[in-house]
Design a protein around this ligand. Structure first.
Ligand SMILES: *[C@@H]1O[C@H](CO)[C@@H](O)[C@H](O)[C@H]1NC(C)=O
Ligand SMILES: *[C@@H]1O[C@H](CO)[C@@H](O)[C@H](O)[C@H]1NC(C)=O
Ligand SMILES: *[C@@H]1O[C@H](CO)[C@@H](O)[C@H](O)[C@H]1NC(C)=O
Ligand SMILES: *[C@@H]1O[C@H](CO)[C@@H](O)[C@H](O)[C@H]1NC(C)=O
Ligand SMILES: *[C@@H]1O[C@H](CO)[C@@H](O)[C@H](O)[C@H]1NC(C)=O
Ligand SMILES: *[C@@H]1O[C@H](CO)[C@@H](O)[C@H](O)[C@H]1NC(C)=O
Ligand SMILES: *[C@@H]1O[C@H](CO)[C@@H](O)[C@H](O)[C@H]1NC(C)=O
Length: 359
């Protein structure tokens, strides 16, 4: 007998993105409506990044703590071991990520304090070695967020989309758009920004090894006990995790009203709300000067430029204004209902949520 777990309709498979017959139409739609946006956006990214060179500044303790608390990194926050009030830690072990040049990120550990006088870093170690430079700390945390934490919100998307298409779930049609072809492009052996053969200029390149990203993505256990459901108390209802938790409840209610299989809850939650909120908040603090490669010893103008091109191109929401696929823009009962519920939690948050992984 099979364990009941395999009965779940969706599975975490980042690399299940082949163009099989049933999803062919989604590839066509993606190539017409979404792919061109990357080229248009690239021009904007380059110009905007030139401007940013005049205003960039080094990250401070406050920036590091804000970044962690306002993205999915917040799920890793724990109270410090001795329960000192206002002291927190973030620990990562057995990480599989590798940066270009043969650098391995195996583990990291951050302690910080938050009090009336602001936030400050107590310690930060990477592979057991202390790092004190704030730019390098920010860069390491950023690297871990975009290549390990954030991809976890993409994990269920391919399988969810196939489930929607194969079962012809009309109410969720918009949630099938773009995700599979996007993953195909991002993970393509030669065209991807993670070490493919594309000309590596103007910042189209990411410093993480593709195979390692996929391998790391298979390990969800870093999230065990970190699930939104268990984590909201520590953070308060208006924190990032608190809002995620409330959004999940809202989604659950709306799914029930529209008679959508409750087994799809977490996959749909990650695919829509978690993914977009995490992107939007990752792309804030665009004025920080740091190198994308956590082991860089200096951050030249060129590197700072590279970083902001990548941030504008891959981290900021990149949507076709004629077909944005935000839940707000979809004039169908399920999505409008969800939009209304999320607006009660945070109007700005509700506005950025997309029906599927779009960028
Ligand atoms: C980030 O989080 C801090 C504290 O949780 C909050 O004060 C700040 O406004 C947040 N910043 C953004 C951009 O959401
Ligand atoms: C972190 O990685 C370093 C280098 O591999 C290792 O020496 C150290 O024991 C690790 N620390 C933990 C807590 O796993
Ligand atoms: C800028 O990014 C490109 C693409 O990743 C890379 O080839 C180039 O070496 C980077 N330049 C610097 C100075 O890091
Ligand atoms: C998965 O990640 C957890 C937590 O970081 C770690 O303890 C575990 O060893 C990893 N498992 C594998 C198979 O890498
Ligand atoms: C995605 O869904 C899984 C459950 O299917 C959950 O454990 C995980 O916390 C979710 N990911 C994020 C980033 O919330
Ligand atoms: C970023 O996260 C905070 C919660 O920590 C939230 O209040 C804010 O709305 C988020 N920003 C966006 C643009 O979603
Ligand atoms: C910190 O590291 C950055 C590059 O990551 C470098 O530009 C800066 O000079 C370093 N700061 C100090 C005080 O060493």
């Amino acid at each position: 007998m099979r364990p009941t777990k395999t009965l779940s309709p969706v599975h975490p498979r980042l690399d299940d993105c082949e163009c099989t017959p049933s999803v062919k139409h989604l590839f066509l739609r993606h190539h017409i409506l979404q792919t061109p946006m990357f080229f248009i956006r690239w021009i904007y990214a380059a110009l905007y990044s030139l401007y940013l060179l005049f205003v960039l500044r080094a990250p401070t303790d406050r920036d590091i703590v804000d970044f962690i608390e306002n993205t999915t990194m917040a799920m890793l926050i724990r109270p410090a071991a001795d329960d000192k009030p206002g002291e927190y830690k973030v620990t990562v072990n057995d990480c599989k990520l590798r940066a270009s040049g043969g650098y391995k990120l195996k583990n990291m550990s951050l302690g910080y304090n938050k009090g009336q006088s602001g936030a400050y870093i107590l310690y930060f170690t990477r592979n057991g070695v202390e790092v004190s430079n704030r730019s390098q700390i920010f860069s390491t945390i950023y690297f871990y967020h975009i290549f390990s934490m954030h991809p976890k919100s993409h994990l269920f998307s391919n399988s969810l989309v196939r489930h929607i298409v194969d079962n012809d779930i009309k109410a969720l049609k918009e949630s099938s758009y773009t995700s599979i072809p996007l993953h195909k492009e991002l993970l393509h052996p030669s065209l991807n920004p993670l070490g493919g053969n594309v000309p590596k200029y103007l910042g189209y390149g990411l410093p993480c090894i593709r195979e390692r990203l996929v391998e790391e993505s298979r390990n969800m256990s870093v999230l065990e006990g970190h699930q939104v459901v268990h984590r909201s108390n520590l953070h308060g209802k208006d924190s990032f995790v608190g809002k995620l938790f409330r959004s999940r409840l809202a989604l659950q209610g709306v799914m029930k009203r529209h008679e959508i299989d409750p087994k799809l809850l977490d996959a749909l939650f990650n695919h829509t709300i978690v993914h977009s909120a995490d992107h939007v908040n990752n792309s804030e603090r665009s004025f920080l000067r740091f190198s994308l490669h956590p082991w860089d010893k200096e951050c030249s103008l060129y590197k700072a430029f590279n970083t902001s091109v990548v941030r504008v191109l891959f981290a900021q929401p990149n949507l076709n204004p004629l077909a944005p696929n935000t839940i707000r823009s979809i004039n169908k009962p399920f999505y409008q209902d969800l939009y209304k519920e999320l607006k009660k939690i945070d109007p700005a948050w509700a506005d950025v949520v997309t029906a599927s992984v779009m960028y």
